[in-house]
Every structure is written in structure tokens, then in C-alpha cells.
Design a protein around this ligand. Sequence first.
Ligand code: SAM
Length: 458
Amino acid sequence: MKLPATFISSLEGLEGFDQDAFEKVHASGDQITSIRINPLKSSSIINEDCFTGDPVHPSIGVKPIPWCGWGYYLEIRPSFTFDPLFHAGCYYVQEASSMFLEQALLQTSDLTKPLKVLDLAAAPGGKSTHIQSLISKDSLLVSNDVIRSRGNILKENIIKWGCSNVMVTNNDPRDFAKLENYFDVIVVDAPCSGSGLFRREPAAIEEWSLNNVQLCNQRQQRIIANVWPALKKDGVLVYSTCSYSSEENEEIISWMAGQLSGEICHLTFDTDWGIVPSGGGYRFWPDKVKGEGFFMACIRKKDGDKESIHKIKSKPLFATRNDEMIIKNWADTSASDFIKYKNTVYSWPSDLVNDFSLLLSNLGVIYSGTIIGEIVREKLVPDHAFALSSQVSKLIESKALNYGQAINYLKKNDLHLENSSKGWQLVSFNGHALGWINVLNNRINNYYPKHSRILKDL
Ligand code: SAM
């Protein structure tokens, strides 16, 4: 891997930059694999310091990631596609440096309180699923991406995570300005020149230029300026990039401290972690940290208001009593309100109904809470999202599949199961739901979503 001379010289003098070590680590071809466990489903996927999800390598060694309670390095990269628990949403495959977000949130915000958090540039969902695992049940996460197709991927990952306190939106950053003083935390994982990922994606080297770094800097300022009004007084903006360029990192922080009068928050951590403090933020150099290139900083807003006053323009349509009677046969209905739009029923956390209603009339919402299913002729046709949530009633039958059956199900092939009773049932692997089947007299209908099915062969 040859790194461009203009790129290397642009890094000279940066805090922690060691040219020899940096070039060596890029030339080494080393690849790091890491995952973050979903505490909502915490599974046996890590067992006695081993990752057990790969049928070819059934006991891959793991090591905890020091800055993230649920994060693990894996000794070798398994085939995630062929691990049913990956599809069940038991864990997320995420780059280790990015998981430092946990320290940023823990050290700057009281995560035991009900918070309103915006993840502005959220697709495919690494930071959003992490934030969801850290905030309390009665907190709200708005997970947004400006690109619609990426918003759909984000939605799929949020569904897999099995939570219901998240709203997925597809908005431009400037659309959030009208929600003045609304959010306690805004995470801006900004689009950037991407040099931090050169080791993993060498093709990105071709696209790097000083000119692009400059354009990214301007776009980053624009994004932050657009969304800043939506942050409340004393709220925190967590800014990050996967770029090494100071124009996209320290310069943005100093611009925020100056132009926006933000106060830089300092984080404390073990120096052995190898993370380098720089210009109010924290640098991750791959020759010092077991992870890719990354930068993160936290800025507290010192002006604005602590309270936000927003009128809910229209109330959502609640499911009728009759609908609720039908839903009660399927779902744990405590702590949820049921909304019906056309025939589709959504479950919203009761604590968040007002916030969800407000956001629904202000943003381009593409997903909210959990879709329970469609009510057709007085019967519920359950949705895949419902299967992956924790809301399915214990009274609903669940069929445990073996490994071969689980892969067959995830490929959306025909299933042949012995001694199955008739009707709708969950299918699960190692105690975790994969989706729905409907057992008829002469066949079993496989309701795994077509767009998610495994296409490869083992
Ligand atoms: N936070 C994500 C995660 O952890 O999985 C990764 C986000 S990626 C670094 C940056 C995101 O910014 C992309 O999903 C992209 O669609 C979005 N984006 C691109 N242009 C944007 C813009 N002008 N304003 C806001 N977001 C933008």
C-alpha cells in the first residue's frame, strides 16, 4: 500500500503522528475485526473468551475493547453471513475506534436520565445501535440519514436491534433547526475524506485530495451550523470523523469553540489505550491503537435555552379497542401505545408518544417504534420487526431450529419441520428469534423478508 506523498506531508506535525510507524502499519496488511454485543439480546455468542458464531471456526478467540463494555476484538474474521445470531441482531460488526463514543457519552451526559438524542449522520447504524444500548428505556433516539437509500439500511439495522425507542428519519441537517433547544445530545459522525479507513479500503486512497479535504471542512461546518439550534443549553455535540486531516478535526473544534461559543469537554481515560489528545479532541492512530484512524471531540453548548416549547400539530391515530384486543393475543402491551396508520399497527413506548407525535409532524419519518403488523379482516399478520423485538407475548409458540434449519430459513427456502402445530409461530436459533413462519395443513410458509435473505452458499 503506497500512501500519496501529499497526504503524508499534510500530516506532518500533527499530535501523535509518527511517519515510520504509520507507513509500516499501512503496509502490514493487518485487518482488525471487532463486534459489539446487543445488551437487549445478550447472547451466548461470546463464551469463555471465544466467539462461537462461525460454523467453520467454532471458537475464535476474543479480547475486550477497553473503552467499550460490550465491544470485543475477534482473533480472525468469521463468516458473519452464516451466523444465525448475526441475523437475529445479537451483535453489530463495528470498527473498534468508533466505539469510543461510549466514553464520550458516559463522561459528558447523565445516561440514567431520559434524554433526547439525535444521531444526525447515522447510516448504516453503528453509532445509533451503540447509543441505543447506552441510553435509558425512556430516552429517545432520532436516527437520521440524509440519503434515502442509506436511511433504509439504517432502518433494517434498527429493526434487527429490537428496540422501540428509536425514530428513523430521512432529513437534511437544516430540517432540524426548527426543533430549537430540543436535543440533549447530538452526534455528528460527519461525512469526511475517509483517510482513517485507508488500511481497510485501499481503493479510497485514489479519491483522496487536499481539495476534497477542504470541501469536507466546509460541508462539516455547514452541517454543524445547521443543527446547532436544535441542541439545548448545556447539551453536548459529539463530533467525529474517520479522517486524519486537521482541517476536518481540530480546525472544526476550534471553529465551534470560537464561532459557536461551545465549551470543549475533556475526557479522562487510561493512557495505555494509546489515544492521543489533540486540540480539544482525541486522535486514534492505527500504529498506537488497535483500531482504524478516527477523531472524536465533545462540545457543550453554553447559550440557547434548557427548555424547548413545541406544539404538537396533530395527534397520531391510535388503534381502536377492538384492534387492541387482537394485539393483546400477540404482544406484551405493557408500557406501549398502539398507533394505526392505514392497516399497519405500530407500538410506541408510552413515555415517548408526545415526542414521537411532535417529530412525526416535523420530520420525514421512515420508521418509528416497532411495527407489530397489519390487521386484515380482524386478524393480525405479524411483521418481521415484531419478531425481532422483545414484545412478542410468551404465549406465542416458538420453534427452535438447528443450525441447518436456521440457515435454510434465512435463505427463505422451504422448511420441513417435524411435529409442528398449525398457525403462526416464531422460529429461533439458540433462544433468539429469527422471524415468522405460518404452518398450514400441507406446507410451511416462510415469512423471512426476501430482501434480507442469504444469497451466498456456505
Ligand atoms: N454514523 C454512521 C455509523 O456509525 O454507522 C456512519 C456515518 S458516515 C461516516 C457519514 C454519513 O453522513 C453517511 O451515512 C452519509 O449518508 C451522511 N451524509 C452525507 N452527506 C451529508 C450531508 N450533507 N449532511 C448530513 N449527512 C450527510
